[in-house]
Design a protein around this ligand. Sequence first.
Ligand code: SAH
Length: 215
Amino acid sequence: MANQATLMRQIELDVRLTSAETGVAELSTNVKQALARVPREKFVLPEFRLEAWDNCALPIACEQTISQPFIVAIMTELLQLKYEQRVLEVGTGSGYQAAVLAELCGEVHTLERHELLYRRASQRLKSLGYGVHCYLGDGFHGLQEQAPFDAIIVTAAARMIPRPLMQQLAPGGRMVIPVGMAGYRQTLLLLEKDQQGELKQRTVLAVSFVPLVED
Ligand code: SAH
């Protein structure tokens, strides 16, 4: 049966196999430690506990999914977070990615549109001792009152990069976002904003996410 150690080896293998596309040769020590510290089994539904250490996405409530651990790892790595930074996540889901982010940086804000998921994730994060700021709302508009962010991570597939998110990224900031049609393979993009506010983007990997819903 898979355990945390076998999962880490799987993730590291996937990182090596995709390094030509992602530009990430290996995970940094702090990202590996963050992944090792977050108890993924606490973020999955009870009936999926045994699969918690498999390197795959799993169903959560509201027909949504907790992302594949390798994808969480690579998206987190691409953000190159530092402890003093502030990060916004769009798509709280189970709260797992938010917990990984909170292991790496001091201020994590996360937005979810499903009330049930928002309630469960905020309770779960609190009970595990994570001081993540959870919000119920439409991530398409970002979180203007807390902007700008040093990093933005979108964990649902957008048809296009939402303009408010581009605006809420700080100079020098990084955003990872899957873009494309839901139900098809999408493209994970890395955007970097320079000090003049200019955005550069590059394609990282083909991915498969649930849709970023536009209400
Ligand atoms: N990061 C999550 C997995 C996210 S699944 C985890 O670690 O478990 C994608 C999530 O994005 C779903 O919970 C979905 O409800 C949410 N979502 C989709 N569109 C959204 C929107 N417009 N605003 C906020 N959340 C959205």
